[in-house]
Design a protein around this ligand. Structure first.
Ligand code: SF4
Length: 459
């Protein structure tokens, strides 16, 4: 059956679109309609006013329509540069997944799978105690689950817990992204999967496993780290929170109760990064000077739509206050900063709120703008029909990820740093996955990852 929007365009502009032409036009049209909440008739009216398509014939009509749609879809970039076909990523619009597991504010597994090798572990016992009545199954290896149950994206957030004996390396350097300046961060892999659900989360494309995988063999990590630590020439920054939220399940796993005492006398700055207010365990620990507890922040309207089941902004700030009052060092991450109409007022207010509640200086503040692979955009489209952040001014960047254009990122960083510096001259501010040019917003001399690392560690 003929697509009614295609028919409308063909009728109004008096020509037939071939299959390839329609694919381009359709993607642009649907993304604009979704972003602007506009109707096909409104866009046709716009095209009649703005494009010169009607004055031309045949193939030329198509070029003028496409050019006008590209300008409407990416108005800021179009105003500064010509956007070629290769600069675009316009995936076919797909309907949202009909079956997509939703997270709940309080995580409760449907079933707990425990690898036989850790069946007597403390973590297995804690899970059973915390969730009496939830079915438990002993398995040889968590990977064998996939032999019985096929994975699809809709199952990503199915509330399953896997208690495992982790065999691979617990610690690795953060890969950052190609062609950008890293900050020398190290990642501690403590679990995979998250009870929260953020529309921009890269886990949506990074995993083919449902639920949450949690290692029960922390002692093996400590042995591994003892060896690694002996070789360290200088302190490093290290943290969990890459493949899960550091504290979301801490009331069950109790990881913080083990990690903080372990790192207390190590030559590292250890960070727990969260979007939760799950701080009860932390409040019962005497805070060492080399531990940083940090929160990712966004304006509340964005949290409501894009970060599902996480703590509200007010709850995160309240948790940060209690943690700071307890004597911990705290940090913040404005990541991802999302560009949308009104972003300036929203982020300015967010920064004002932060400094009205918490006392600087902080251990650090990072800023990163929205980015993600092409696959992430597709996954987010399928799982978050209410979200339109991927219909923003995102184009494939130097590292092939979808990013805001360079000039826009620079403007965002400049503004964010300026707003932060109004309240706080001391806290080191750094950029996440950014290029040397954007780093100039922070200051001169940040041309290599080593320099960034020194700057953050010294502070
Ligand atoms: S809190 Fe982090 S790990 Fe969890 S869903 Fe959000 S972005 Fe992903």
């Amino acid at each position: 059956m003929e697509n009614p929007i295609k028919t409308l365009i063909e009728t109004e502009f008096g020509f037939r679109l071939n299959q390839n032409q329609w694919r381009d036009i359709e993607c642009l049209l649907l993304e604009i309609m979704r972003r602007d909440r506009s109707s096909p008739e409104e866009i046709v009216k716009y095209l009649k006013e703005k494009s010169r398509a009607q004055k031309h014939c045949g193939r030329e009509k198509f070029f003028y329509l496409k050019k006008t749609l590209i300008e409407k879809r990416f108005p800021l970039t179009s105003a500064t540069a010509k956007i070629g076909a290769k600069d675009l990523f316009l995936p076919k619009q797909r309907p949202a997944l009909a079956d997509n597991w939703q997270t709940q504010k309080i995580f409760k597994p449907l079933k707990i799978f425990i690898e036989k090798s850790v069946k007597d572990s403390e973590l297995a016992a804690d899970f059973k105690k915390h969730f009496p009545g939830v079915a438990v199954e002993e398995i040889d290896q968590y990977g064998s689950y996939l032999k019985k149950e096929k994975f699809n994206l809709g199952l990503l957030k199915k509330p399953l817990a896997f208690i495992v004996k982790e065999g691979w390396d617990f610690i690795k350097p953060c890969p950052c992204t190609s062609g950008h300046l890293g900050c020398g961060y190290w990642i501690l892999n403590l679990g995979f999967g998250c009870p929260f659900d953020c529309s921009y989360c890269f886990l949506q494309i990074y995993t083919n496993f449902p639920g949450i995988i949690l290692p029960a063999n922390l002692d093996d990590f400590f042995t591994q780290f003892d060896t690694f630590h002996k070789k360290l020439q200088a302190p490093i920054r290290l943290g969990t929170g890459e493949f899960c939220d550091s504290l979301a399940l801490d009331h069950i796993t109790g990881y913080s109760r083990k990690l903080i005492p372990y790192f207390r006398d190590k030559n590292v700055i250890f960070e727990l990064k969260t979007k939760s207010n799950n701080i009860k365990n932390l409040l019962e620990i005497n805070p060492p000077a080399n531990i940083v507890i940090s929160w990712s922040l966004n304006p509340q309207p964005l949290i409501t739509v894009e970060e599902i089941s996480v703590a509200d902004l007010a709850q995160r700030l309240e948790a940060a206050k209690q943690i700071q009052d307890k004597g911990y060092k705290i940090g913040f991450h404005f990541d991802p900063v999302i560009f949308y109409p009104g972003w300036q007022d929203a982020y300015k207010e967010l920064i004002r709120l932060l400094y009205s509640r918490l006392k600087p200086p902080f251990a650090w503040i990072s800023i990163g703008t929205l980015r993600g692979t092409r696959e992430l955009k597709i996954a987010s489209q399928l799982r978050f029909p209410q979200s339109d952040i991927f219909y923003g001014e995102l184009l494939p960047g130097e590292d092939k990820k979808l990013r805001y254009p360079q000039f826009l990122r620079k403007e965002i960083y400049k503004n964010m740093v300026q707003w932060i510096r109004r309240y706080d001259k001391q806290t080191p501010v750094y950029l996440c996955m950014e290029n040397a040019d954007n780093w100039r917003v922070i200051g001169d001399g940040f041309s290599a990852p080593g320099k960034i690392e020194q700057y953050l560690i010294k502070c």
